[in-house]
Write a protein that binds this ligand. Structure first.
Ligand code: BF8
Length: 653
């Protein structure tokens, strides 16, 4: 990593980083320079799972290492570098799967309360999806009412977490061949909580000490996340709040307004934020804002909660993970309300330098120095109004040190898996057929999921934008979630015009014909389950093999940092997808573990991990994998014959 790397490619962020410096505010950009990563921990060779350690196993000497030397590289308990790297890796999966799944559990609890009429203000918005999930789970529909069906769905969803035997219900949605493979390898998850707990057990001192067996349990817990906890979160949220459809939005710090109350919503669970969106439109709240001298109430989002309320309501995105502190540095945020995950503890300290109120809302996530207004699902509107009121009443405390960057960019969001279906095939013949056909005829080379975080160890947003531009230039359709989606949106890649400007001729022609951007926003990080469903739909539509591993697709997280990203990557790999991570790789302390994940996994799962810090090279690896799959399907020749003139491109409609 270059010492003098730029801190961000996003000019709004650069301006606020400079303002932070002049305001003497310390941000993650400063802290990451002051705090270098521990070289032993970074490669997964530090074990702190007991009181005999922490043991830092030295890195191997390379090929010259003798067996005797290798045997000395062990923890006090005798654990090898392989065991330690695998333990650490799957503990990351446990953390990530737990975060997504506990989110899913929270949604299921609210869902059940709504069905029972115990959560006023919420209702079932997507009946079609309610019935679909009932069908998938074998729940009787007949002439029963929505709430009756929803009670069964809610109870079954909650039972998924504590289930001890069998396999999780949504696994049946996967292609049959994939389900058989999972069962054959013994990685079909039984219950969500069980798989996570078993990781914690196996990685305790003196339990599982075979890295292959440890990684196997990592796969099982990751699958419980992607096809379990995350999919439950996405599906039940869609039923409650509506399945997203294309919607115009804006992104970047320039969405904050000088003359309105700015309330920024940050975190992951849309349960409360849905109600805040409604509360901010209530006449009494707007009146209150006007009485304080504001023209209105402006909501904006940070991180995945932002994606949720953008996808369903068009609420603008203030920014991604590394912009949470910078939003406060504008001096224009009257309150920032947070729930769970990816929230920096520095926020209350930074808020003190301005006037912002930081409001925590979850009993699971309190931060010293923040105001706590607990979300009560039985009186959600009451909680939401208390929060909006706190922001409004703080408006008059706004100081003169306010600077809102100009930058804000349009984007089209709302590409749920169902929407892609309709857009491609039409309302009455919804299908992935046109996508498959365009892949087979070579106009679209393949599909790439580019997802994940920001990480201040690399230039903010640079990896996402560079990788995505390289992919679409080479006719690869990009589908996105999380902070990566926001990076692309800020760079202007999520509007239909981006197809002509940045995409290769084949991809551009399809985007123009359908009227979609070359980069599609599918939502938050739990919505990576939408990508699993899209890949499955491609398999089911035919012509591209009979398993996800045969599709010309690939995945990446070029700026990952969270344990959730590792869990996501692992469930994509185990679902048959080649997946490239940038920045750093947490098992480099053991060649055997790394080779197992990068090479042996391909033989077992048809998908494998790769590590490539250069985003362009990462994109090229994905394209090479896509081409390998095209060749195996016998559709590589089709692509070579595609030569377009303008008349042909117009005729595609
Ligand atoms: O769950 S992409 S930084 S905000 S972990 Fe966090 Fe990473 Fe952003 Fe959403 Ni996902």
């Amino acid at each position: 990593m270059a010492e003098n790397k730029a801190r961000s490619v996003d000019q709004a962020s650069v301006a606020m980083i400079e303002k932070a410096t002049s305001d003497r505010v310390n941000t993650a950009f400063d802290r990451s320079e002051a705090m270098k990563p521990c070289p032993i921990g970074a490669v997964g060779s530090c074990c702190k799972n007991c009181g005999m350690g922490p043991c830092r196993v030295p890195l191997p000497k390379g090929k010259e290492e003798t067996l005797a030397e290798k045997q000395k590289r062990r923890g006090v308990c005798g654990a090898t570098a392989e065991t330690i790297a695998a333990r650490n890796f799957i503990r990351m999966i446990a953390g990530g799967a737990a975060a997504h799944s506990d989110h899913g559990r929270g949604v299921a609890e609210l869902f059940l309360a709504v069905a029972k009429g115990e959560a006023p203000g919420y209702e079932i918005k997507d009946e079609q999806k309610l019935l679909q999930v009932a069908l998938d789970w074998g729940i009787e529909i007949g002439d029963r009412g929505n709430n009756e069906i929803a009670i069964d769905i809610g109870e079954k969803a909650l039972a998924e977490f504590g289930k001890q035997e069998g396999q999780i219900l949504f696994l049946k949605r996967a292609p049959l061949k994939r389900q058989e493979l999972w069962r054959g390898l013994g990685v079909a998850p039984r219950g969500i909580d069980r798989e996570i707990v078993e990781i914690m057990h196996r990685t305790h001192i003196g339990v599982d000490q075979d890295y292959r067996n440890l990684l196997k349990q990592g796969v099982r817990a990751a699958l419980a996340d992607g096809w379990g906890g995350s999919m439950i979160a996405t599906e039940l949220q869609d039923i409650l709040f509506g399945t997203p459809a294309p919607i115009l939005g804006q992104v970047n710090l320039g969405v904050l307004k000088r003359d309105e109350v700015n309330l920024v919503i940050h975190g992951h669970e849309p349960l409360l934020s849905e109600m805040i969106v409604a509360a901010a439109q209530e006449a009494d709240m707007i009146e209150l804002a006007k009485s304080k001298g504001a023209k209105g109430i402006n909501l904006a989002g940070i991180c995945c909660t932002a994606n949720e309320i953008l996808m369903r309501h068009g609420v603008p995105l203030a920014g991604n993970f590394l912009q949470q502190e910078l939003a406060l540095v504008t001096g224009a945020v009257d309150a920032m309300v947070v729930d769970v995950q990816c929230i920096m503890q520095s926020l209350p300290d930074i808020a003190q330098c301005y006037h912002t109120k930081i409001i925590t809302t979850s009993p699971k996530a309190k931060i010293a120095g923040a105001v706590h207004i607990e979300f009560d699902e039985h009186d959600a509107m009451g909680s939401a109004k208390a929060i909006v009121k706190t922001a409004v009443e703080n408006f008059s405390n706004r100081g003169s040190n306010v600077s809102i960057p100009e930058e804000r960019t349009d984007l089209i969001a709302g590409f749920s898996h169902e929407t892609i279906n309709y857009l491609l095939g039409g309302m009455f013949r919804a299908s992935y057929r046109p996508l498959n056909d365009n892949i087979i005829n070579g106009r679209i080379r393949g599909v790439a999921g580019v997802v994940g975080c920001n990480n201040p160890r690399v230039t903010h947003d640079e990896g996402h934008v560079a990788m995505i531009k390289e992919l679409i230039k080479n006719d690869v359709l990009v589908i996105q979630t999380g902070c990566s989606a926001m990076a692309a949106a800020k760079a202007g890649l999520m509007v239909p015009e981006a197809a002509v400007k940045y995409a290769g001729e084949g991809l551009a022609s399809v985007c123009e014909a359908v009227g979609i951007p070359p980069v599609l926003h599918l939502g938050s990080c739990v919505d990576n389950s939408r990508i699993l469903m899209a890949a499955t739909a491609m398999v089911k539509d035919g012509g591209l093999g009979d398993d996800i591993s045969e599709l010309p697709v690939a995945g990446a997280a070029p700026e990952w940092m969270s344990e959730k990203a590792i869990s996501i990557g692992q469930y994509f790999v185990a679902s048959g997808v080649f997946t490239v991570f940038g920045v750093t790789w947490p098992t480099l302390g053991s060649d055997e573990v790394t080779n197992f994940l990068f090479k042996d996994f391909e033989k077992m799962y048809g998908g494998m991990w790769a590590f490539e810090p250069d985003p362009i090279k990462g994109a090229q690896m994905m394209i090479a994998h896509i081409d390998k799959k095209r060749k195996a399907l016998g559709i590589d020749k089709a692509r070579e014959r595609v030569l377009y003139d303008m008349a042909m491109r117009r005729s595609l409609e």
